[in-house]
Design a protein. Structure first.
Length: 402
């Protein structure tokens, strides 16, 4: 859905409008019961002249009463689910994390395509004019950031997209966060709501209550996954050993002046050596959903530890191309066949620049290289039975799957 007016009138809903929205929300809950907590957490407001629905970064839902009446409860309920998807999948935060100046129109198209692909596959009756990966010539079940990269730059539009809650700029008509009578959610409430929805998505998958779209399932796994390995300590220790430095020793740089002042002398500043890491993820058929969720959590930990981008290689018996990843949500889990992590490790070793550390995330049911790798190898195993098969020169860590 996309907007039509840059200057809607914002006001509280009337009683009749609330009843119409309640009917649409019941349709939404019936279609996507795992979103119930989020659907009842948004703060609805009338946006007269908007000609669509939108959300802001504080989880306020803007509804044009005329559009609500025109669409009826079935279509309005489906669009409600669409807007809540923007919020729970943190499209505002993800837009802010995109490299370079953000093309907001292109991001809105990419996010809408990813959401609508999920909703149409789940059978929700979205308006026929919505954007989908198919009508963009893109593959189904993709990730928003991948769609964004594949879409051509878009010319600036005078129309609002799905609002600042979807990653658009804050609109001039959006009330302040603490506007009287129009409060939004604070960051703590948003975090709690997202976690609750993620748990509800997992419960729905386990009990078969409704059809959980693939993109939302992937999001829930990432939301609930937390890195278990203290990667900052592990990698820092490897840097010290690789550089033959003792704890507390660092290198020097003249890129900025040091704090020590000497007459007529510019002293260097001190900095710790920085490690580069590549990650190989086992995507073979033996990896369960819990194994993959655990792997994604550890990817997040590695990214935070190195303080930037890591190269990630998905590998079953064949290695996919290395992809630069800034967030675990960007990982594409391609595979499903046999298992041979030696192929993925060899692909990581051939990268330019060569990584200092290669992290392999696997269930352990794989052959390993016969000779030590040039990079330090860390094997993170979701099942402890594979620990005994690791080569003695590799470091093994057992992280049970959630």
């Amino acid at each position: 859905p996309g907007g039509r007016s840059m200057n809607p009138t914002i006001r509280p809903l009337t009683d009749d409008e609330r009843r119409a929205l309640a009917a649409a929300r019941l349709v939404a809950v019936e279609s996507a019961p795992y979103l119930a907590h989020a659907l009842f957490s948004v703060r609805p407001l009338a946006a007269v002249g908007l000609a669509t629905f939108a959300v802001d970064a504080h989880w306020r839902l803007y509804v044009d009463p005329a559009t609500l009446a025109e669409w009826g409860p079935q279509v309005s309920g489906a669009v409600l689910v669409h807007e809540v998807f923007h919020l729970v999948r943190d499209h505002a935060g993800r837009a802010a994390a995109l490299p370079g100046p953000v093309d907001h129109e292109r991001w809105n198209i990419a996010a809408d395509a990813a959401i609508n692909d999920d909703l149409l596959s789940a059978g929700l009756p979205l308006p026929e004019w919505v954007v989908t990966p198919a009508n963009l010539g893109l593959p189904a079940q993709g990730v928003e950031e991948a769609y964004y990269a594949a879409i051509s730059p878009q010319p600036p539009q005078s129309e609002v997209g799905c609002g600042s809650g979807a990653g658009d700029p804050r609109q001039p008509w959006e009330p302040a966060p603490d506007a009287p009578g129009m409060p939004g959610l604070d960051n703590g409430q948003v975090t709690i709501t997202r976690r609750k929805v993620a748990h509800d998505v997992r419960d729905a998958e386990a009990t078969g209550r409704g059809t959980v779209p693939a993109g939302l399932s992937r999001w829930a796994g990432e939301e609930l996954a937390a890195s278990t390995v203290p990667w900052r300590k592990v990698l820092a220790g490897m840097v010290r050993r690789a550089a033959s430095l003792t704890t507390g020793r660092i290198t020097y740089t003249y890129t900025r002046p040091g704090r020590r002042r000497l007459p007529q002398i510019v002293t260097p500043a001190m900095r710790a050596p920085r490690v580069t890491a590549a990650v190989v993820i086992d995507t073979s058929g033996s990896m369960t959903r819990a194994d993959l969720d655990t792997a994604l959590g550890e990817v997040s930990g590695v990214i935070k530890a190195v303080g930037g981008t890591v190269k990630v290689i998905a590998c079953d018996a064949h290695a996919d191309r290395a992809r630069n990843v800034r967030h675990a949500r960007d990982v594409q889990l391609i595979g499903g066949g046999g298992t041979d992590m030696t192929v993925g490790i060899a692909a990581a070793e051939s990268l330019t620049p060569r990584p200092d550390v290669i992290v392999v995330l696997t269930d352990g049911d794989t052959p390993w290289p016969s000779f030590p790798t040039r990079a330090r190898l860390i094997a993170v195993l979701t099942r402890d039975r594979g620990m005994g098969r690791l080569p003695v020169w590799a470091r093994g860590i057992h992280v049970p799957a959630a």
